[in-house]
Design a binder for this molecule. Structure first.
Ligand code: PLP
Length: 393
């Protein structure tokens, strides 16, 4: 028998548009990678050492479904100390395979067929996949450049319908590097909680803030039970490949997520969880050092793009992403990014990959060396001045 008998679920989940760029980039030589959303630093040595010791001590077996109890305790201490969130480590914390599986399990635990889920637009592309996987209907909440790509409480309020189940918020944001001011985020959460709408707060970039302040919506006890706080070791400690993250939420939500996690992955890797424990409990100087390097690179990127005629680039207050506007070129962002890659060997991500409001922008990752960033800028500047990026219309 031939044919395709895949589930409708698998068919619904779109393939990432970013892949088109990757697929071309891997066939080319001498590519400057400004598209990759992962830190270029090594995992801190004390974390590597702790994992080495843990593996030799036998942390190589299955862990409890909710995760290593010691790591859960460390997470509960961390979120109380740093985020103002009180959580019982026995029932209100789950360790996951990165922020990715925390968000996927939370969406699967909360969303039924036909439920509406509000998503930031532009926003991290995987949110859309998670919602479609769960059978939900995505509802975009546009973020405006002139408002620093912050979430606007009134726009959120206007999008709520009787079918709305959930909103995903992400401050600091991938792809824009924007922060939603604490007052606005608190207001969004109050509006949602008041309407019986859950809030997943994706805080994986919380430590990469250069200006402004990170705010965790679950720190407000009045709304705490409506908020699922997601975090990860990936970006903070340069631990993307260890696949360890966590979520903090009310007991029934964590219990639902745990049931799903048990079926999908059993538990996250035991040795990675020991590495996570060392990261949380160990010295934090590595985090500050990485942030300072990102800050320097950010300044080079912003200054560099604003110097090239046609680009305009806001200074992102956080993350390792800039989101320059390419609107004045009059070229769709996918075509722009493909042309840039073909003509200059510089890989970037088209803003369109992050939702309809991302059209007219490029996402630039500065999780790469200053030397690569400078070379990328030089090539783009040359391509623009030679007319390679002029609209053909
Ligand atoms: N959330 C956002 C906004 C991200 O950009 C990413 C990774 O790029 C993640 C979550 C998930 O990262 P991980 O699963 O490695 O923790």
């Amino acid at each position: 028998m031939t044919g395709n008998r895949l589930s409708a679920r698998a068919g619904r989940v779109p393939q990432s548009e970013i892949r088109r760029i990757f697929n071309l980039a891997v066939t080319m030589k001498d590519v400057i990678h400004l598209e990759i959303g992962e830190p270029d630093f090594f995992t801190p040595v004390h974390v590597l050492d702790a994992a080495d010791v843990a593996a030799r001590q036998g942390w190589t077996k299955y862990a409890p479904s909710l995760g290593d109890p010691e790591l859960r305790a460390a997470v509960a201490e961390k979120v109380e100390r740093e985020n103002g969130i009180k959580a019982d480590p026995k029932t209100e914390v789950i360790i996951t395979c990165g922020g990715m599986s925390a968000i996927a399990s939370a969406v699967m635990a909360l969303v039924d067929d036909g439920d509406e889920v509000m998503l930031p637009d532009p926003g991290w592309a995987n949110y859309l996949g998670h919602v479609l996987m769960a059978g939900g209907n995505p509802v975009y909440v546009p973020l405006k450049e002139e408002k620093g790509f912050a979430l606007d409480p009134e726009t959120v309020r206007a999008k709520i319908t009787p079918k709305t189940k959930l909103i995903i918020v992400n401050s600091p944001s991938n792809p824009t590097g924007g922060i939603t001011p604490p007052d606005s985020l608190a207001e969004v959460t109050r509006i949602c909680a008041g309407a019986g709408v859950y809030v997943i707060s994706d805080e994986v970039y919380e430590k990469l803030v250069f200006e402004g302040r990170h705010y965790s919506p679950a720190s407000d006890p009045a709304v705490r039970d409506w908020v699922i706080t997601v975090n990860s070791f990936s970006k903070t400690y340069s631990m993307t490949g260890w696949r360890v993250g966590y979520a903090v939420a009310a007991q029934p939500v964590i219990a639902g997520m745990m049931r799903l996690q048990e079926q999908m992955i059993a538990c996250p890797s035991s040795v990675s969880q020991r590495a996570g424990l060392a990261a949380l409990r160990g010295p934090q100087q590595c985090v500050t050092e990485m942030r300072e390097q990102y800050r320097r690179r950010r300044d080079i990127v912003v200054e560099g793009f604003n110097r090239i005629p046609g680009f305009s680039c806001q200074k992102p207050p956080a993350t390792f992403y800039a989101f320059p506007s390419i609107k004045s070129f009059g070229i769709p962002s996918m075509e722009f990014a493909m042309t840039l890659l073909e003509k200059t060997g510089v890989a970037t991500v088209p803003g369109r990959a992050f939702g309809p409001s991302g059209e007219g922008y490029l996402r630039i990752s500065f999780a790469t060396s200053e030397k690569s960033i400078e070379e990328g800028l030089r090539r783009i500047e040359k391509a623009v001045s030679s007319g390679a990026l002029e609209s053909k219309r």
